[in-house]
Unconditional design. Structure first.
Length: 192
């Protein structure tokens, strides 16, 4: 999946006067990553269906399972403090952005966008993202970053093919795709 030269596996991004370091996560990052995910996921409380909410939103065994299933997590840090986490998972013909969360106190400051651009740059494959249909702020973030909500006619088959999620989550989610995926679909439609 990785197409970027080794030098870009760690990158520095200037946001205002601060320098953000983006790097692949290490085992010692697990606790702070979970803290970020669970703090940021509080925004879902009362928004996503009540039967999909749980506390903590992501327990440590789920993070371990995601890593075992091939999700490679990247973190953004500033002065040694983790600010955001985002995973990328190779699924053959596509890559999935998974579990993208930014510490609530630094949201809307470019951290998530920087991390998203970094993980997108790691693959030449089309990128898909799944999120809750009622998480309008997340959908808008991805739209601002060039993603498009895929038509419902594709949504269910994509979620079932590339994600391992319960049927109820399929019902209450959306899939967003980057330009590469959208262009491939237009090309397939023109050929068919």
């Amino acid at each position: 999946m990785c197409r970027a030269p080794l030098a870009t596996l760690v990158s520095s991004v200037r946001i205002g006067l601060k320098v953000l370091l983006i790097r692949k996560s290490v085992e010692a990052d697990s606790a702070p990553m979970l803290a970020i995910v669970n703090a940021a996921a509080q925004a879902y409380r009362g928004v996503i269906p009540a039967d999909r909410w749980r506390e903590p939103y992501m327990p440590s065994d789920e993070l371990e399972k995601e890593i075992a299933d091939g999700v490679i997590f990247w973190v953004a840090e500033e002065e040694g403090r983790l600010l955001a986490v985002m995973g990328i998972q190779d699924k053959g013909e596509v890559a999935l952005v998974r579990h993208a969360y930014v510490t609530p106190t630094v949201q809307r400051k470019g951290v998530g966008t920087s991390l998203l651009r970094h993980v997108q740059g790691l693959t030449g494959k089309p990128v898909l993202i799944g999120t809750w249909a009622d998480a309008s702020w997340a959908i808008e973030f991805y739209r601002r970053n060039g993603f498009t909500v895929v038509p419902n006619s594709y949504k269910e088959s994509l979620l079932r093919r590339y994600w391992s999620i319960p049927a109820r989550q399929v019902e209450t989610s959306v899939v967003l795709a980057d330009g590469r995926w959208m262009e491939a679909q237009r090309g397939a439609s023109a050929d068919g």
